[in-house]
Design a protein around this ligand. Structure first.
Ligand SMILES: Nc1nc2c(ncn2[C@@H]2O[C@H](COP(=O)(O)OP(=O)(O)OP(=O)(O)O)[C@@H](O)[C@H]2O)c(=O)[nH]1
Ligand SMILES: [Mg+2]
Length: 325
């Protein structure tokens, strides 16, 4: 039974999915997104097919041109006949916003292309990270056969860092206007970026941003791929400029990861992270789902407010910090 009470023929959906029917992919994604009772079965059925796609996370400040870039990169992949999946998380403008103002014809081509699957998601994880379901949606796209999966997230401050647990290659997009912002974001960005993009380089200040990134990079702690120096690519996405260079840089990084064995290391690290996330999520859900927790929380808060006990004692009353023997 689905959450709406209707019987869902999961087997039929999975059969259609394995034959490449897009509608079944969309329905399976919805079931997983909504944490439907069928979700665990769906995920275990697709498990053997997950792990073939290359996942590219693309992050940067709101309005930097991420969607426009993804559109262009997807078109480039389609010219090579590679199937593409796109997940946009928390877009502040609709996914096609940039492209509608830009090249309407190209966007239409992408949207009507059966080799492209686009999904926008409005949800972030309740703990502030990328929703764990975002990564599951990427798993579904992967199993469906999308060779490339782009995950677009808005990154401000530290929030973009968790794209690392979702992607093989992380692309950080900056714009000439973000000159001052780099200082603020540098701790998070410098460590996670595999490829830098300075988009909107039709505007003044692009070269300054490139220089700033270069000087920050020289002092950065390297990730597991010590021999990879993140390239900095200037683009003007809405004019399609610099796209082939960016495309080449991403493909070079993919090749580098494969050739050095870093891909397997990264993926293993990511899976560990995701399993931990799930364990923690399950634990929290179990804890807060216990009967009477709400009223217990209420009385403990009142007791702390009245000065009758400390925060720690209150927390202990809800979940003992040490197992009782
Ligand atoms: N001048 C200029 N404008 C651009 C360029 N690339 C994109 N834009 C414009 O910037 C605006 C935002 O583009 P989007 O692609 O929606 O940006 P985004 O980063 O996906 O935005 P959010 O998902 O809302 O964070 C649109 O109006 C684009 O047409 C560029 O290279 N130069
Ligand atoms: Mg966008």
């Amino acid at each position: 039974m689905g959450s709406n009470g209707k019987t869902i023929d999961v087997q039929n959906l999975l059969d259609q999915f394995s034959h490449g029917h897009r509608l079944s992919l969309a329905r399976l994604i919805s079931l997983v997104e909504n944490d439907a009772p069928e979700a665990p079965r769906i995920l275990s059925e697709i498990a053997p097919k997950v792990g073939r796609a290359h996942r590219v996370g693309i992050t940067g400040p709101p309005g930097a041109g991420k969607s426009t870039l993804v559109n262009e990169l997807a078109l480039a992949a389609r010219r090579r006949k590679e199937p593409v999946g796109i997940v946009a998380v928390d877009p502040t403008s609709p996914f096609s916003g940039g492209a509608i103002l830009g090249d309407r014809v190209r966007m239409d081509r992408l949207a009507s292309d059966p080799g492209v699957f686009i999904r926008s998601m409005a949800t972030r994880g309740s703990l502030g990270g990328l929703a764990h379901t975002t990564k599951l949606v990427a798993d579904l796209l992967d199993a469906f056969g999308s060779g490339w999966i782009w995950i677009e997230t808005v990154g401000v401050g530290q929030a973009e860092v968790d794209i690392v647990s979702a992607a093989d290659t992380v692309v950080v997009v900056l714009v000439p206007e973000s000159g001052d912002g780099i200082q603020v974001m540098k701790a998070g960005l410098m460590e996670i970026a595999d490829v830098f993009v300075v988009n909107k380089s039709d505007r003044p200040g692009a070269d300054l941003v490139v220089q700033e990134i270069r000087s920050l990079l020289s002092g950065r702690p390297l990730r597991d791929t010590e021999t990879w120096i993140p390239p900095i690519v200037k683009t003007s996405a809405n004019e399609g400029k610099g796209i082939s260079e960016l495309d080449a840089a991403i493909r070079a990084h993919k090749k580098h990861l494969t050739d050095t064995g870093a891909l397997l290391k990264r993926r293993r690290a990511r899976l560990k992270e995701r399993i931990k996330e799930l364990v923690e999520w399950n634990e929290l859900r179990r804890l807060w789902g216990r009967p009477g927790m709400d009223s217990l929380l209420e009385t403990q808060a009142a007791a702390v407010a009245a000065g009758k006990r400390s925060l720690m004692e209150a927390a202990d009353a809800l979940a003992p910090s040490k197992e009782k023997r």
